[in-house]
Design a protein around this ligand. Structure first.
Ligand code: BTN
Length: 342
């Protein structure tokens, strides 16, 4: 738990950012009087925010302060208000954190302390965002979506294999409904637009071997990333600002739509498994018929992508015939890649 001084500083920072979020110019005197603090305290808080959050804040001499890019900060009550009635019934609570190591880690910890199914955690920034295959997830402040949901099942962890595909379908459909016409899935649940990664899901499961289990579904969607912020991403990437231009949905509206789709999918999977999601997965499959390599540790298995099996496995047509895999990372390879299937 941060100390009281740190909490006060964080609260003040949040209040100032809320006032500046509109991207308009605000004088130091106005900010100071609205917050009931001195102008020096405003200046100090803004300098800290700029340093810690790598925010670009213009300080115009004698005129005031302005965020170089307006922000729509996430707001738990706006997100809740955007949920459908069935989702509100599934929801336990929503927390929005300014910063956290990882929203997945936060909910895995909460699960260990008995947090209920339906707890949702958003962060404006992740300090150690987790991606698949041990990668990190680039998570700068205030511009993208970093979201996790905790869910509980009476099932064994081994029975949740298809859940990551079901959740991928839910997120892809939400993005499609929000204008991303060319959204596609790369097995098991990477969100691609024109062969570039727009987002991804990381499911972390724990439980007894015979059940019950709990799962944290983590979703990252790039809304607006600068080249500098994306410097550490090791594959072609995209953000919604590029895909949608001026027709971007608001962050809170999109956050609500994502939670809505995921809560429905999590509940539906409990009663029906992966089957009702498979048609959508096939429709969204961005790489069926394409030459790919499946990387499993040191092994690299090449073949032509033959879609997903009923249990969610990846089917590959290899030199030895059709094989189904349940783990590994799909890597796209040019049609001329002649490496033999191993
Ligand atoms: C991937 O590599 O494709 C999965 C990325 C998942 C990122 C999200 S962001 C919210 C949640 N918290 C994390 O630490 N990771 C997931």
């Amino acid at each position: 738990m941060p100390g009281q001084a740190a909490q006060t500083a964080q609260r003040r920072r949040r209040e100032i950012l809320c006032l500046l979020a509109d991207g308009e110019l605000h004088s130091g005197a106005e900010l100071a009087s609205r917050l009931g603090v001195s102008r020096a305290a405003v200046w100090k808080a803004l300098r800290r925010a700029a340093d810690e959050l790598t925010l670009e804040i213009d300080c115009l001499r004698g005129r005031g302060y302005r965020l170089r890019r307006p922000l729509e900060l996430l707001d738990a009550s706006r997100i809740r208000a955007g949920l459908s009635a069935p989702s509100r019934a599934q929801l336990a609570d929503i927390e929005v954190l300014d910063a956290v190591d990882s929203t997945n880690a936060q909910l895995m910890r909460a699960a260990g302390h008995g947090a209920p199914a339906g707890r949702v955690c958003f962060a404006e920034r992740q300090l150690a965002g987790r991606g698949r295959a041990g990668r990190g997830w680039v998570s700068p402040f205030g511009s993208n979506i970093y979201l996790s949901i905790l869910w509980r099942y009476p099932l064994a962890p081994a029975e949740l294999g298809g859940l990551s595909l079901a959740c991928g379908v839910a997120v892809a459909c939400t993005l499609r409904d929000n204008g991303v016409g060319e959204i596609g899935l790369k097995w098991p649940n990477d969100l691609h637009w024109r062969r570039r990664k727009l987002g991804g899901l990381l499911l972390e499961v724990a439980g007894e071997s015979q059940g019950p289990s709990h799962v944290v579904v983590g979703v990252g969607v790039n809304l607006r990333l600068s080249e500098a912020e994306a410097a550490d991403i090791d594959q072609p990437w995209a953000d919604l600002a590029t895909v949608l231009g001026g027709a971007m949905p608001g962050r809170n509206a999109l956050a609500a739509a994502l939670v809505d789709g995921l809560l429905q999918a999590l509940a539906h999977f409990r009663t029906a498994g992966l089957a009702p999601f498979l048609d959508d997965w096939h429709r969204l499959d961005a790489y069926v018929g394409e030459p790919v390599a499946l990387i499993m540790g040191e092994r690299r298995i090449t073949g032509v992508c033959a879609g997903v099996a009923a249990d969610g496995g990846l089917m590959l047509d290899t030199a030895e015939g059709r094989r189904t895999f349940h783990a590994g990372e799909v890597s796209l390879r040019p049609a001329t890649d002649s490496s033999a299937a191993r």
